[in-house]
Design a protein around this ligand. Structure first.
Ligand code: LLP
Length: 423
């Protein structure tokens, strides 16, 4: 049977199709065969898709602005292979902890193009960052400023810094991932930023080169970005502006996020009119780079029909916490027969010991039965990074698929790994 790709939702990675055997095919690899070989749950990344998304950001910015960098907000998918791929694609990197810094360096990022964030950096992390030679540390509060200054002084180093501004702009997103509002744990309100800017003018070890904001994540509206850029203009004239990440993606076929080109267009236009055309402009996308590049595969363990049809798989809140933390919605299909009529209304449940462990609350599936492979798309962002060992469930491997070849870039956790730190 040959089927067209049109039966698939557009949220799947580029090149995903229903193959000649009538099965889901990602990066040229048959999903059911992948499961036979590598087991489930498993995160499957379509490598070409990930590269294409990185290129789209760089090209969109390069076409509109001279002096720029695209930073991978690495909290979205912090594994060595993803760092390495995005470093190869020429991106710079944002890290928010000593651990992410370690991984970014290991993944091959030039320290000079690493930006170190955090609202509660420890002195140890600041030391690690300066020692590694990170290009910029983003200052988040007065205490942070004092700590970074003290550490730089102790080390006899001079460090370039940006100041994080909380512009008082709230985008329309889940409250847990909104960061631009005045009452935020992140950054300086514009009135407080002035004091920090003055304070930084007096320090010998820190060099304030610019401002940063990140107003939130999974944003569909562009106006908040424009408004946030406007608030920076009143704070002085700097050579560098980092406007954060936050542009949303489609989790469902019906989602309508802005196109990357429109997002970049809006940012660049706002920066040119409010701040000037000659600034160094930094974008910091996480989700929009990696989310749609990956699909998680599970195996159905049980199907229970009571008030609802409960399709329970061998993963859940240990590999994708997002539905539980933010009420995030996902699509799902039976990878053995994606083109078959999905005519049973189901709840896709995880294996964990709580009722809240439901991956998809309302999904139509094609006659789900034990042993079927279930695919949930758009799990490339904040799935791997929020994974955990609840109920002693080992964390899944990560596969990179390309041109029909699959390689394991993160192996599955073992039971021994679960006890590896126990003394
Ligand atoms: N820059 C900074 C300073 C950030 O804190 C973040 C995300 C980003 C950039 C990238 O934002 P993005 O482009 O990915 O929206 N775990 C949540 C998302 C938390 C976002 C944290 N900061 C989720 O799964 O929705």
């Amino acid at each position: 049977m040959t089927t067209t790709t049109s039966v698939l939702s557009p949220v799947y990675p580029l090149g995903t199709r229903v193959n000649e055997r009538g099965r889901l095919d990602i990066g040229g690899c048959d999903a059911v065969e992948l499961v036979r070989e590598f087991g489930t749950p498993v995160y499957v990344v379509a490598e070409d898709d990930l590269r294409a998304r990185a290129r789209a950001f760089v090209e969109a910015l390069a076409a509109r602005h001279g002096d720029y960098d695209v930073l991978f907000a690495s909290k979205a998918f912090p594994c060595t292979a993803v760092y390495r791929l995005l470093a190869e694609e020429g991106l710079a990197c944002d890290v928010a902890s000593g651990g992410e810094l370690f991984l970014a360096l290991r993944g091959g990022f030039d320290p000079a193009r690493i930006y170190f964030h955090g609202n509660a950096k420890s002195a140890g992390e600041v030391r690690e960052a300066i020692q590694a030679g990170v290009g910029h540390i983003v200052i988040d509060s007065l205490h942070d400023l004092e700590r970074v200054e003290r550490v730089a002084a102790e080390m006899g180093r001079r460090q370039e810094v940006l100041l994080r501004i909380t512009p008082g702009v709230a985008g329309d997103t889940h409250h847990a991932i909104s960061t631009g509002q005045a009452d935020s744990k992140f950054g300086f309100a514009p009135v407080d930023a002035r004091a920090a800017i003055e304070r930084l003018a007096d320090t010998t070890h820190l060099d304030l080169v610019g401002l940063h904001f990140h107003i939130g994540s999974q944003l569909f509206e562009l106006e908040p970005f424009r408004a946030a850029v406007r608030t920076l203009a009143a704070l002085g004239d700097f050579p560098v502006y980092n406007v954060g990440g936050g542009v949303g993606v489609a989790y469902l076929a019906s989602d309508r996020p802005p196109a990357v080109a429109d997002y970049v267009d809006t940012i660049v236009a706002a920066v040119h009119s409010e701040l000037g055309p000659d600034k160094r402009l930094l974008l910091e996308p996480g989700r929009a780079l990696v989310a749609n590049s990956a699909v998680t595969l599970y195996t159905v363990q049980t199907v229970k029909r009571n008030v609802s049809t409960w399709v329970a798989v061998d993963g859940g809140m240990s590999d994708n916490l997002r539905p539980m933390l933010y009420g995030s919605r996902y699509e799902a299909l039976v990878a053995d027969r994606p083109a078959a009529a999905a005519d049973e209304r189901c709840k896709l449940a995880g294996k964990h010991c709580e009722s809240g462990d439901v991956l998809v609350r309302d999904v139509w599936l094609a006659a789900p039965a034990p042993g079927d492979v279930i695919a949930t798309p758009v799990t490339g962002a904040y799935g791997y990074s929020l994974a955990n060992n609840y109920n002693g469930v080992p964390r899944p491997p990560v596969l990179f698929c390309r041109d029909g070849a699959a390689r394991v870039v993160v192996r599955r956790e073992s039971y021994e790994d679960l006890a590896a730190r126990d003394l």
